[in-house]
Design a protein around this ligand. Structure first.
Ligand SMILES: NC(=O)c1ccc[n+]([C@@H]2O[C@H](COP(=O)([O-])OP(=O)(O)OC[C@H]3O[C@@H](n4cnc5c(N)ncnc54)[C@H](O)[C@@H]3O)[C@@H](O)[C@H]2O)c1
Length: 316
């Protein structure tokens, strides 16, 4: 049976929670937000104003957007009539354990419960709960109102019905859910990101390249390629007509044996990288950098959507 999601509770309104709030409201849901931060009302107002053009660019109707978002006095009020709860609090096991114990007591029995956690598997914070079947990870990429992927990661006791409900929910709000079947730390996206980031820090620490030049290498090559094909299709194409089998035997073996670096964890070496990154970027205000990133991300998404639509028209 397909579920209907009309009311969402957003618990934790920092970077991720505010972005989810805008997306859910942009898709017509009533959103109840809970966060102890004293500036909650202002933060929501600022986020909705900043994100409205992004929602409009995705073809969403933003009329009455702010009227669909309600500040809740506490978690109890936020979840009282929720069909779905998206948790975005601090990335701490003790916090998530305590919060989800409260959520299962206070949310309606049918409510689906999703955690945005980047690296803590649901099994870790639901071990003591009887009602763990409807709790799982829905891990977005920042900002979730723009980047489509959501990693759906069930815990050991999550039911298949809850996994399917999560897939239906994220699809309904225009995201692209991918279900991952093992709770590997960092899930898939952050493991891939960590592999690249680790090597990036190593190369900067070794003096091979500056942070800006490393970023240019990525944005002018891999970044563009990876927004169109993933690593496997990219390699399959890189192999020419012989495809993945050819590249795997030809260049693939030496690439897989390339010794990658391990960045130094010495505080002085770590500090040197932080200073180099700050020298490159910290003189520009954060909001300017984030706006520039979001404009470019929207441009890529909209170009890809045009191609998808044209292709669909040709095929039908
Ligand atoms: N920032 C990212 O790039 C990113 C990406 C994907 C997933 N995540 C995950 O999303 C979650 C939130 O990350 P973030 O970057 O938005 O953090 P953040 O620090 O920006 O926001 C966390 C918010 O939780 C609030 N909070 C604290 N106690 C609370 C409580 N008892 N009830 C409700 N809210 C409470 C804080 O006031 C704060 O506003 C984390 O689990 C993180 O791993 C983050």
């Amino acid at each position: 049976m397909t579920r209907h999601f009309r009311t969402a509770a957003v618990i934790g309104a920092g970077t991720i929670g505010l972005s989810w709030t805008a997306l859910f409201a942009g898709h017509g849901l009533t959103v109840r937000v809970s966060d102890p931060r004293p500036d909650l009302a202002e933060a929501i107002g600022t986020a909705l104003a900043a994100f409205t053009p992004h929602l409009t660019a995705q073809g969403l109707d933003t009329d009455g957007l702010a009227d669909r978002v309600h500040f809740a006095a506490d978690v109890t009020e936020a979840v009282r009539d929720a069909d779905v709860v998206q948790e975005n609090g601090p990335e701490r096991v003790a916090f998530k354990k305590e919060l989800f114990a409260r959520l299962v007591r206070e949310a309606p029995g049918h409510a689906l419960m999703l955690s945005s956690s980047s690296a803590i598997p649901a099994t870790v914070f639901t071990t003591d709960l009887e009602d763990a079947g409807r709790i799982l990870i829905g891990h977005p990429f920042n900002p979730p109102h723009l980047l489509p992927l959501v990693e759906v990661v069930p815990g050991e006791r999550t039911t298949e019905e809850a996994v399917q409900a999560a897939v239906d929910f994220y699809t309904a709000v225009g995201r692209t859910p991918v279900v991952e079947r093992q709770e590997i730390p960092g899930f898939v996206g952050n493991r891939l990101q960590s592999a690249l980031n680790r090597e990036a820090v190593y190369l900067v620490q070794q003096g091979v390249v500056s942070p800006e030049d490393l970023d240019t290498v990525v944005t002018h090559s891999l970044g563009i390629r990876w927004s169109t094909v993933g690593p496997f299709l990219g390699s399959h194409l890189g192999g020419g007509p012989g495809g993945y089998r050819h590249i795997s035997a030809h260049i693939g073996r030496s690439m897989q044996q390339l010794a990658l670096g391990q960045p130094s964890q010495d505080p002085k070496d770590r500090e040197r990288v932080i200073e180099a990154v700050e020298k490159a970027y910290a003189s520009t205000p954060y909001t300017h950098l984030a706006e520039a990133r979001d404009r470019r991300q929207l441009a890529v998404l909209s170009a890809l959507e045009d191609i998808r639509r044209n292709q669909h028209q040709k095929e039908n």
